[in-house]
Ligand binder design. Structure first.
Ligand code: HEC
Ligand code: HEC
Length: 347
């Protein structure tokens, strides 16, 4: 471990080198891509990750929030989390970041049925979209809920032998040698010492900050827009049709419920999910139009395919398909797929 003094002088040397590089860059035109890929470009005043949510969503969050007392979101904490989320150094051979399998343009999910890890291996299940994570009341993570909390989950892909292949001590040592990290930890947690705990907390803050609240659905609920007749019919079906309504398992306003229950199970002999009970978690259905393919094994190619299937509770009558599709599309909030605060700072 560096002494404080040594760390200060190392930082100074690095800053000097960085400044030299900057002034060089000013005079030479095209950006040095190698360098811009390894050092994040961050705003002087951090982006705002502590947005105020519309009342109906804020009230829902009050009831369901899984944020632990010791890890409330701060702008500096989420900023560090953003850098870690996009940093390929988190994998053993510097090839894979969290964002490789959770892509912003896809609502932080992946089009691949199974995502590719650091040595080309494939994940066991389909990647999950990362949005509205804080609204999953139990806080349990993964399709089979094997992580008890987001703070526990965020360290698991790093150590997964297919995904990133690192050990936590090796990661801490690696980040310690990267000049920009200690100051970012200092800002986020008041302490420049890098630890697995601080890495987990920062990643969790960033992931929890990804909340959708600016969809057409939200505008309608705020009285600022109205549904078409078809969208409106779709909402009614979603809320009332069938023995088990869609809404009983995917409950508005975030279209999420943290007690995945039988009877629903997508038949899959090779994967029995939660406690081997043929049950799976479902993420928030917001932005669902952006996250195909669907279900824990990615076996359903489109929403249309799901609604016209014979999957229990999910295949619907032919005349209802276009209505439900129209309604589900109103849940799309494109701000999270484009906003700079969620984007790759290494670009
Ligand atoms: C190689 C691809 C890959 C990488 C890299 C990866 N993930 Fe994932 N992620 C997945 C897959 C696949 C799942 C679902 C796995 C399962 O349920 O068994 C998942 C699930 C999750 C979940 C659970 C979401 C929920 O609603 O339960 C979170 C949170 C998450 N990842 C965050 C991260 C973070 C943070 C990183 C970086 C430290 C990361 N992931 C790196 C593929 C990846
Ligand atoms: C009994 C509870 C239940 C009901 C009722 C239900 N769902 Fe689901 N839904 C789930 C579960 C659990 C999953 C994830 C299962 C899996 O991956 O194996 C899921 C998955 C989905 C997915 C894919 C999510 C993703 O991220 O891949 C969509 C879309 C969906 N449901 C929409 C609907 C619609 C529309 C209805 C009503 C027509 C409906 N659901 C009714 C429990 C339910």
């Amino acid at each position: 471990m560096f002494s404080k003094q040594l760390r200060v002088s190392v930082t100074l040397v690095c800053l000097t080198l960085l400044c030299q590089y900057c002034s060089k860059e000013d005079t030479s035109q095209p950006a040095n891509t190698e360098s811009s890929n390894t050092t994040p470009v961050l705003p002087t005043i951090p982006y705002n990750y502590m947005v105020s949510l519309p009342a109906n969503i804020a009230n829902n969050l009050l009831q369901t929030d899984n944020t632990p007392d010791n890890n409330a979101i701060t702008n500096d904490g989420a900023t560090l989390g953003r850098v870690l989320f996009y940093d390929k150094r988190l994998s053993l051979n510097n090839t894979i970041s969290c964002a490789s399998c959770h892509k912003q343009t896809l609502s932080f999910s992946d089009t691949a049925l199974r995502s590719v890890g650091f040595e080309g291996g494939l994940t066991r299940r389909h990647s999950m979209p990362l949005l509205n994570i804080g609204f999953y009341q139990s806080g349990k993570m993964f399709w089979d809920e094997r992580a008890a909390s987001l703070e526990e989950q965020t360290l698991m892909p790093i150590q997964d032998l297919t995904e990133m292949g690192m050990t936590l001590p090796a990661l801490v040592n690696k980040l310690d040698t990267v000049a920009f990290y200690p100051p970012l930890f200092q800002k986020a947690f008041g302490n420049s010492t890098i630890s697995a705990d601080a890495i987990s907390k920062a990643l969790s803050q960033f992931v929890r900050s990804i909340v959708t609240y600016q969809s057409k659905y939200d505008q309608v609920k705020a009285g600022k827009a109205s549904f078409t007749a078809e969208e409106s019919a779709g909402e009614q079906l979603f809320l009332t049709a069938g023995v088990n309504t869609c809404a009983s398992c995917h409950t508005p306003p975030m279209f999420i419920t943290s007690s995945p229950k039988a009877p629903f199970a997508l038949r899959d002999d090779s994967d029995l999910g939660i406690n081997n009970e043929d049950r799976f978690k479902s993420s928030s259905l917001r932005n669902i139009a952006l996250t195909a393919p669907y279900f824990h094994n990615g076996s359903i190619a489109s929403l249309q395919a799901m609604l016209t299937s014979r999957i229990p509770d999910h295949g619907v009558a032919a005349q209802d398909v276009s209505k439900l599709l129209a309604f589900l599309q109103t849940l799309t909030d494109n701000t999270i797929t484009t906003e700079a605060r969620f984007s790759n700072p290494f670009n």
